[in-house]
Write a protein that binds this ligand. Structure first.
Ligand SMILES: Nc1nc2c(ncn2[C@@H]2O[C@H](COP(=O)(O)OP(=O)(O)O)[C@@H](O)[C@H]2O)c(=O)[nH]1
Ligand SMILES: [Mg+2]
Ligand SMILES: [Zn+2]
Length: 296
């Protein structure tokens, strides 16, 4: 039995990096096991070519999205979610809020990387993002093209998942960080001969000789459901509203026009924004919750 780290997943196949840095394509034993990049696994090998995932180590964190029908694991055991946005193409603010809420609800720190600060349009975006600093999120302006240092600094020593819509510059950043390694072809697709494009897969890269820094590149996502979290978990994932949850005059307060709404009082006092309350109400009203994902 050998220990390894899942660095690529695709249905029942995954690529596992062993402690000596070598890689092996594996299949999962049970049907019910969903693997994520970042999972620590025990594998058995029948030949040098293919391994079998025997068990998954306990996860310190699990970042994933879900709608009422299915769950999609994004990354396991990460220490931070790095949300990558840019002025062009214009990033979607609602998606950013979904990632922040998901990170908060999964107990993982979130940071916001503002890429392409070399563009003149970046000044307005930086202004718009200033409100997130008030909520406690660090906003890191950088340019993957001309100066990636501010972002690199925040990634070193951490196990991060990069999340962002396509076009925000995640691949460019990865190129700057890991060089030609970022062109790593999809090993599962190669093995299976399916030749899928690499950017549709989540991939993990390790940095440094000790492989302790992780950067996980996820494909650009246009939807990000939060159906795996309860209303209360979602409400509490808004740091600026957290202390006010449950303190409205009416227990079933919709936070619209009710008197003595504790959330609205925060907005009136300029400690929270109308926009964030709209997201809170929207995210809470979405779909029936799927059963919480079984941790192995
Ligand atoms: N001006 C500018 N363009 C960038 C920067 N970073 C990435 N781009 C460009 O943005 C486009 C999308 O980048 P890419 O890395 O493929 O984005 P991804 O879809 O998030 O992986 C490409 O044309 C990049 O050259 C940057 O810092 N400044
Ligand atoms: Mg990309
Ligand atoms: Zn209320």
């Amino acid at each position: 039995m050998q220990q390894g780290l899942v660095i690529e997943t695709q249905r029942r196949h995954s690529v596992v990096q062993l402690t000596d840095g070598s890689r092996i394509t594996c299949i999962s034993k049970g049907r019910g096991i969903q693997l994520a990049c970042g999972d620590q696994v025990s594998i058995s090998t029948s030949s040098d070519k293919e391994g079998v995932i025997e068990s998954i180590g306990e996860r310190t964190s699990l970042f994933y999205r879900a709608d009422s029908f299915k769950e999609k694991l994004v990354a396991a055991n990460v220490t931070q979610v790095a949300c990558i946005v840019a002025p062009l193409p214009v990033y979607a603010d609602e998606l950013l809020n979904r990632w922040l809420v998901c990170a908060e609800a999964s107990n993982v720190k979130a940071i916001i990387g503002l890429n392409k600060v070399d563009l003149v349009e970046a000044a307005a975006t930086a202004n718009a993002l200033a409100r997130y600093k008030d909520m406690g999120y660090d906003v890191i302006p950088f340019s993957a093209k001309f100066n990636d240092a501010p972002m690199r600094e925040r990634l070193l020593g951490e196990r991060s998942v990069l999340i962002g819509q396509s076009g925000m510059g995640k691949s460019k950043l990865l190129n700057a960080l890991v060089g030609s390694e970022a062109q790593r072809t999809n090993e599962i697709s190669q093995a299976l001969g399916s030749g899928k494009h690499t950017t549709t897969f989540t991939r993990l890269f390790t940095l440094g000789d000790d492989h302790q820094t992780w950067v996980i590149d996820s494909p650009g996502m246009q939807v990000f459901g939060l159906a795996h979290y309860s209303r209360l978990q979602i409400q509490q994932a808004f740091p600026e509203f957290r202390d006010a949850i449950g303190k409205c005059r009416f227990r079933d307060c919709k936070h619209l026009h009710e008197p003595n709404c504790a959330l609205r009082e925060l907005i009136a006092a300029n400690k929270a924004t109308e926009e964030r309350l709209t997201y809170l109400r929207k995210f809470c009203g979405e779909g029936e919750a799927v059963p919480h994902y079984e941790r192995h």
